[in-house]
Design a protein around this ligand. Structure first.
Ligand SMILES: *[C@@H]1O[C@H](CO)[C@@H](O)[C@H](O)[C@H]1NC(C)=O
Ligand SMILES: *[C@@H]1O[C@H](CO)[C@@H](O)[C@H](O)[C@H]1NC(C)=O
Ligand SMILES: *[C@@H]1O[C@H](CO)[C@@H](O)[C@H](O)[C@H]1NC(C)=O
Ligand SMILES: *[C@@H]1O[C@H](CO)[C@@H](O)[C@H](O)[C@H]1NC(C)=O
Ligand SMILES: *[C@@H]1O[C@H](CO)[C@@H](O)[C@H](O)[C@H]1NC(C)=O
Ligand SMILES: *[C@@H]1O[C@H](CO)[C@@H](O)[C@H](O)[C@H]1NC(C)=O
Ligand SMILES: *[C@@H]1O[C@H](CO)[C@@H](O)[C@H](O)[C@H]1NC(C)=O
Ligand SMILES: *[C@@H]1O[C@H](CO)[C@@H](O)[C@H](O)[C@H]1NC(C)=O
Ligand SMILES: [Cu+2]
Length: 580
């Protein structure tokens, strides 16, 4: 590779051996955003924990991007002993290669003391609510922040103002302790969530020791708000309701929906919902003299029912009471609603590219179950996937000819029901239309079952629903009649009972997706514990030619760990501008 580069300040003539400019990002280069990832002792919910944070806080700063526009986001790894990456959760990544933030899949992680410039361009038509988070190990429990994609057009639904509500989990064990326990032959569970945090705040009980407070969402009477809920939990699948308020769902995972009234939300790790909330009028508030309403959040599915709170606060001269934790809870304690909003929620503007059953070229059924071998793992079609499995990232290997996706495709189709057990990938060709079915099955030891929010990188799928038992394509096709499936990037594979027979089919979730964006895309459960235990898969889309056609040849600096594309204290990175 010829060493062609230029300073960002210098508009020099360049014959590029690579597509897009190769630019030395020296002092004259101004990223649009800077994020600094560090590990420090941090107090949340009156409890102290050694945590990985973005810009020293949970949540990290909110980032706002514009659809169709390229932004450069520089991520510093300020840790001395851990790699990191940042994944732009939910953004369709038709954009630059290496910028999806999935280590071992689509980029080398950022080594300690280094930084990486992510080139991020939200696709036109994808304005909505997202978040960013680390994709390394358990870091995402705390290393994350809201990411809002703004529309170039006026919003579809009118509102006066908006509030972001990011929900996360507090665990007293550190990331290292949790990861070690989950991957040990002497399996040790992380423990259950100690607190559910709203925008980083929670007070577990009125008598808690310490100055922690409930989060306050401040609003003014009479106005209409867009509340953007972000499911940033590690484990918790929550039910959330606001005392004496109804809302209308208007956006799911970056897609506007027809308004749908509800008095609660169910939010799993990785999911986002926007709702419209019509604030009470001054007159209505005067009637009851109540200006603060509890937002009640209950954890579903887990063995222990935990209920935590935040406060919807109508601002006034008096400071709201943020230390009284209601007991008993003001609202009934929620239970799981199986298949919440499935087949019901509709896109605001009907999509014209929903893949019909006739168009489906291949159905891939992914059986998921837990088993205990030398340690406790989650498997997909008999195999787990963890970040340490590949020796180098698949995308890098495609560029360097180490991974031949023609071969993996052939193997997957001839003997693996779509899965290549040597690379542990699901290869697909451009132009295919996939129906992907996640099939829940009982644990090998005791038939136990869990709920899993499955998330897809790369592009959104059409969610064609879910149900109990074994997937039946004919029956679901009947069920889909007269519905208008929505696109999303995270949906829940429910558990319909606590346990069943060993390996018995018990619940499914189905997606349809057109294979158009060449690249390497993780499809995985978004529960961090389950990810560490192997509940992840990798899809490769397209042949090497498709990948190259999309990006052009790439600079050497991306192909080795700590390569020149990664800057550090001594050296400016040499960065390829794929989108210029
Ligand atoms: C993060 O912190 C750095 C400095 O520590 C600052 O320059 C940067 O603007 C912050 N990022 C955001 C998005 O606020
Ligand atoms: C964090 O707190 C623990 C326990 O109090 C302490 O041992 C450790 O040195 C602290 N770490 C840092 C980086 O301050
Ligand atoms: C960071 O990633 C590299 C490349 O995958 C790996 O060799 C190294 O062990 C990782 N370092 C840490 C501290 O995990
Ligand atoms: C297994 O882990 C538990 C909990 O961490 C610990 O109490 C126990 O001593 C460990 N057993 C072995 C054999 O290491
Ligand atoms: C708070 O009150 C509960 C219930 O009465 C009690 O179990 C707990 O020990 C108290 N905690 C503190 C820190 O006083
Ligand atoms: C479960 O694990 C055991 C021990 O490794 C193995 O013999 C068995 O084949 C596994 N079964 C399934 C269905 O994964
Ligand atoms: C892959 O599957 C084939 C046939 O199903 C089996 O013979 C082979 O041992 C498997 N390879 C690995 C690496 O698991
Ligand atoms: C699948 O559903 C169809 C239509 O409801 C039904 O006729 C058929 O018996 C089902 N197949 C199985 C294997 O249950
Ligand atoms: Cu899971």
């Amino acid at each position: 590779m010829p060493r062609l580069w230029k300073s960002a300040s210098l508009l020099a003539f360049l014959t590029a051996a690579v597509q897009g400019l190769l630019v030395r990002h020296d002092d004259s280069f101004q990223p649009d955003y800077i994020l600094r990832v560090s590990a420090e002792n941090y107090t949340e919910a009156c409890m102290d924990r050694y945590s990985v944070l973005v810009n020293g806080s949970l949540p990290g700063p909110e980032i706002r991007l514009r659809e169709g526009e390229t932004s450069w986001i520089r991520v510093y790894n300020d840790m001395s002993d851990a790699n990191t990456t940042i994944h732009w959760h939910g953004l369709t990544a038709f954009t630059a290669p290496f910028s999806d933030g999935a280590p071992a899949a689509s980029q080398w992680p950022i080594p300690p003391g280094h930084f990486f410039d992510y080139e991020v361009r939200p696709e036109a038509g994808t304005a909505g609510t997202y978040f960013y988070h680390s994709h390394v190990g358990f870091q995402a429990i705390t290393a994350k922040g809201p990411l809002i994609v703004e529309s170039c057009d006026p919003p579809l639904y009118e509102y006066d103002d908006e509030r972001t509500i990011l929900i996360s989990d507090y665990f007293s064990k550190t990331d290292a302790e949790i990861e070690a326990g989950l991957t040990s032959s002497n399996f040790t569970w992380s423990g259950e969530t100690d607190a559910v945090l709203v925008n980083g705040h929670s007070r577990p009980a009125t008598n808690a020791t310490g100055s922690c407070e409930l989060a306050a969402i401040d609003i003014e009477p009479g106005k209409t708000y867009r509340l953007r809920f972000i499911g940033g939990t590690a484990l918790s699948f929550v039910s959330l309701a606001i005392d004496s308020h109804e809302v209308s769902v208007i956006e799911v995972d970056g897609h506007d929906t027809k308004p749908l009234k509800t008095d609660f939300l169910q939010i799993a790790s990785g999911q986002r919902y926007s709702v419209l909330l019509k604030a009470k009028s001054e007159a209505e508030l005067a009637e009851t003299k109540i200006r603060q309403f509890y937002i009640q959040i209950t954890i579903l599915v887990r063995p222990e029912v935990l209920t935590n709170f935040a406060v919807l606060n109508y601002i006034s001269d008096t400071k709201p009471d943020l230390t009284t934790v209601p007991s008993p809870p003001p609202l009934p304690v929620a239970e799981t609603v199986q298949g919440w909003l499935d087949y019901e929620l509709e896109p605001a503007v009907p999509a014209n590219d929903f893949p019909t059953l006739n168009e489906v070229t291949r159905r891939i059924v992914i059986d998921v179950h837990q088993n205990v071998s030398d340690h406790t793992i989650w498997l997909q079609n008999g195999y787990d996937w963890v970040q340490s499995f590949p020796k180098s990232p698949y995308l890098v290997d495609i560029y360097t000819h180490k991974l031949n996706v023609d071969e993996t495709y052939h193997r997957a189709l001839t003997r693996g029901n779509g899965f290549d057990n040597i690379t542990r990938t699901f290869p697909a060709k451009i132009g295919e239309v996939l129906e992907i079915v996640w099939q829940n099955r009982g644990t090998v030891s005791n038939g136990g079952l869990d709920a899993h929010p499955f998330h897809a990188h790369g592009r959104h799928y059409y969610d064609i629903g879910g149900g109990d038992g074994l997937y039946n394509a004919t029956a679901n096709e009947e069920r889909l009649k007269g519905t208008c499936p929505i696109q999303r990037d995270t949906s829940v594979l429910y558990r319909y009972r606590k346990e069943t027979e060993v390996l018995a089919p018990s619940g499914w979730r189905a997606w349809r997706i057109r294979v158009e964006n060449a690249g390497v895309w993780m499809y995985h459960c978004h529960v961090l514990q389950h990810m560490v235990m192997g509940m992840q898969t990798v899809f490769t889309f397209g042949d090497r030619e498709d990948v190259i056609e999309q990006s052009g040849p790439v600079a050497e600096g991306y192909l080795v760990y700590g390569g020149e594309a990664y800057g550090n204290g001594e050296r400016d990175p040499v960065v390829q501008h794929f989108k210029d």
